[in-house]
Ligand binder design. Structure first.
Ligand SMILES: Nc1ncnc2c1ncn2[C@@H]1O[C@H](COP(=O)(O)OP(=O)(O)OP(=O)(O)O)[C@@H](O)[C@H]1O
Length: 220
């Protein structure tokens, strides 16, 4: 197995002269799950989209193994689960899954109960949680070396969230994963390291007390 390191720094993002991201340093290596937390509107989705390459910004430096990359999605280096549903309606799940899933991981993916149960349905025939679960599975089992997950736990029940955490941990043996979600306990439960996005800056977090200091959690 090859080990890789993704590094992101010097990100400058403004919307309408409002600075959103300005002092970002984020890294993720194969074998690691990095949790990204932050209050509503702090720029988490924007940062993931910048890393993936689907959002342009004033400046960014994104590299894999020291080599600058401008579009993370090129050559399947990075896969991204967007915050909102991305699969087109009207096409059966079994048809949609093929181009996403790494052929080497197909048997793991296709054995998953969610795929077994829903493969002959279209997006419109699935509940919000069933769709979210399948969308997440397709990204996690993709060819990419790095996986960015934007709110994978939203809409899914606690038991299925636990199953997803186990899957993410297993997948992180061969990939690097960055995950963000407002279900912060699930992010804490699956991550090896936590980074908080606060006022456009990334801050490494050691424990819950840090999350209180930066006003992400209320003091108990
Ligand atoms: N296209 C846009 N034009 C103007 N402002 C935008 C645009 N996209 C995002 N923003 C603003 O940028 C900020 C960061 O948005 P982003 O979606 O990255 O936040 P977030 O941390 O993911 O939020 P949430 O946790 O609520 O999903 C927000 O204040 C948002 O209003």
């Amino acid at each position: 197995m090859h080990s890789h390191t993704l590094k992101v720094d010097s990100v400058q993002l403004e919307f309408d002269d409002r600075k959103i991201l300005q002092d970002v340093f984020l890294s993720c290596s194969t074998g690691e799950v990095v949790g990204l937390l932050g209050r509503n509107g702090c720029g988490k989705s924007s940062l993931l989209r910048i890393i993936f390459g689907s959002l342009n910004c004033g400046y960014k430096h994104v590299s894999v193994d020291g080599q600058h990359i401008s579009k993370g999605y090129h050559k399947n280096r990075i896969a991204y689960l967007p915050q909102h549903n991305y699969l087109p309606s009207g096409i059966k799940i079994c048809k949609l899954a093929k181009p996403f899933v790494d052929p080497l991981l197909w048997s793991n993916f296709s054995d998953h109960p969610a795929y077994q149960q829903h493969r002959y349905k279209t997006v419109g025939e699935l509940s919000g949680g069933e769709l979210r679960q399948l969308e997440t599975l397709m990204i996690v089992y993709s060819r990419a070396d790095f996986i960015l997950l934007d709110e994978p736990f939203t809409h899914i029940s606690p038991v299925q969230a636990d199953t997803l955490k186990t899957l993410v941990k297993t997948c992180a043996k061969t990939k690097g994963i960055i995950v963000t979600d407002h279900q912060y306990y699930n992010v804490l439960g699956v991550s090896d390291r936590i980074i908080l996005l606060d006022n456009g800056c990334t801050r490494p977090i050691k424990d819950d007390a840090d999350l209180v200091t930066y006003n992400y959690l209320n003091k108990k």
